[in-house]
Design a protein around this ligand. Sequence first.
Ligand SMILES: *[C@@H]1O[C@H](CO)[C@@H](O)[C@H](O)[C@H]1NC(C)=O
Ligand SMILES: *[C@@H]1O[C@H](CO)[C@@H](O)[C@H](O)[C@H]1NC(C)=O
Ligand SMILES: *[C@@H]1O[C@H](CO)[C@@H](O)[C@H](O)[C@H]1NC(C)=O
Ligand SMILES: *[C@@H]1O[C@H](CO)[C@@H](O)[C@H](O)[C@H]1NC(C)=O
Ligand SMILES: *[C@@H]1O[C@H](CO)[C@@H](O)[C@H](O)[C@H]1NC(C)=O
Ligand SMILES: *[C@@H]1O[C@H](CO)[C@@H](O)[C@H](O)[C@H]1NC(C)=O
Length: 410
Amino acid sequence: MKAQDPNPGSVFPKVFNVQRHLLNLLSYVLLFVGGLTLGVVLVHLKDFSFGLQFAQSPFSTLSSPPPSNHSQILIMPNATAPTTSMSLTPDPRIGLKEYLKPPKVFHDMNDTELLWRASMSPRIPEYPFHLVPKIAFMFLARGPVLLAPLWEKFFEEHQGFYSIYVHSEPSHNQLSYAGSSVFHGRRIPGDLKVKWGTVSLIEAERLLLANALLDISNQRFVLLSEACIPLYNFSTVYSYLINSKETFVEVYDDPSAVGRGRYYFVQYPGISVEQWRKGSQWFEIDRDLAIEVVSDRKYFPVYRRCRGECFADEHYLPTFVNIKFGAKNANRTLTWVDWAKGGPHPTEYMSSNVTVELLNGLRTGYGRRCEYNGRSTHVCFLFARKFPPSALDSLLRIAPKIMHFNNVAP
Ligand SMILES: *[C@@H]1O[C@H](CO)[C@@H](O)[C@H](O)[C@H]1NC(C)=O
Ligand SMILES: *[C@@H]1O[C@H](CO)[C@@H](O)[C@H](O)[C@H]1NC(C)=O
Ligand SMILES: *[C@@H]1O[C@H](CO)[C@@H](O)[C@H](O)[C@H]1NC(C)=O
Ligand SMILES: *[C@@H]1O[C@H](CO)[C@@H](O)[C@H](O)[C@H]1NC(C)=O
Ligand SMILES: *[C@@H]1O[C@H](CO)[C@@H](O)[C@H](O)[C@H]1NC(C)=O
Ligand SMILES: *[C@@H]1O[C@H](CO)[C@@H](O)[C@H](O)[C@H]1NC(C)=O
């Protein structure tokens, strides 16, 4: 003990020495307890600020419409975590946040799991949170969406009101868009090979729908090809679709060889020729119908009977809608296409064809009138095809003005 005495030459009595040792011990204990407390507090503070940040991101999107980032979560559960109040809550409320967070576009569910997950739907129609409805733009493409630069202009400054999904051939798996592109990271996973005229087209459409359904804020679903262009600006397209009381699947009865003839060619058990319909592949539907399509286990398998070119893309959805969901359907497509020249492929508009007159003609459907929510309108088509990549430069030069993209002066 003596050797450890810091004051060996001390003249203090022994009893005082013992007291001093006790004091030392006490201060060590106090120091230890203090350190422990500080540590615990710091750890909690870290948890708290992390939770706060997480909880706040939805609020920041709420306070600044239009939200600045399309990949952000747009569901704003109210009554969630504290906003700025400084009470140290170790476990901020989670609420619906985690459940409603849309998964990343790249997930590892297989098709069975994905379709099952996508078929879920709430049965209580009122949302207990604020939902900004989004439109899912689903691109069915062979490779890259070559008209992407035009679409970029269309989407510019409207983040938060749309989601993009791209299905492209497995050989384009490695394909990537610039980090700043709205198409970046929007390719849906999978290795489905799509063959023109075959049922694989429907399979790809169902996968696009299923992926888009995983995000509950997607309320309208539009299928586009890589050769499609928009005919109006984003705000016009958005309000047209979001406010529509109808779905847009073209449905008609064609008694000819390329209509009913295709029914007799295969025969589809469970579907009568009277129910058989034809229509454009390019549809625009609401969430209810999208869920029905991914959940359909009765009619879709029937189409799989035909393995060759049965043009299921032109018959499956029109027939399905005609049998079960006709009442709410407009029976017309929103995508202009010109079949006037006949043959299996529609007119393609070359670079030299892209003029102010052409685009204005398409925008008004060349004088056509149609019904929208029970009223007559000349806005019959919101999209048009087919435009090859070589038309891109002309489109970029003319379209933004004609279509009032973000107030580009005409
Ligand atoms: C969108 O948000 C993500 C993460 O929140 C960020 O990494 C990305 O840079 C943002 N993109 C744009 C265009 O703001
Ligand atoms: C998907 O995964 C489930 C569970 O592992 C399995 O039962 C099912 O057969 C798989 N489906 C496909 C299409 O691979
Ligand atoms: C959440 O917001 C909705 C409307 O946005 C409101 O009807 C509901 O009462 C709110 N719920 C809570 C718990 O504040
Ligand atoms: C569309 O066709 C269905 C039958 O498939 C019909 O019930 C419905 O009224 C039609 N809709 C319009 C807008 O004509
Ligand atoms: C497109 O332009 C070519 C000539 O450049 C012309 O032959 C063709 O008819 C035009 N097509 C349309 C649909 O206007
Ligand atoms: C969209 O186009 C309409 C005319 O079609 C125009 O009135 C509106 O200002 C445009 N919106 C934006 C954001 O530029």
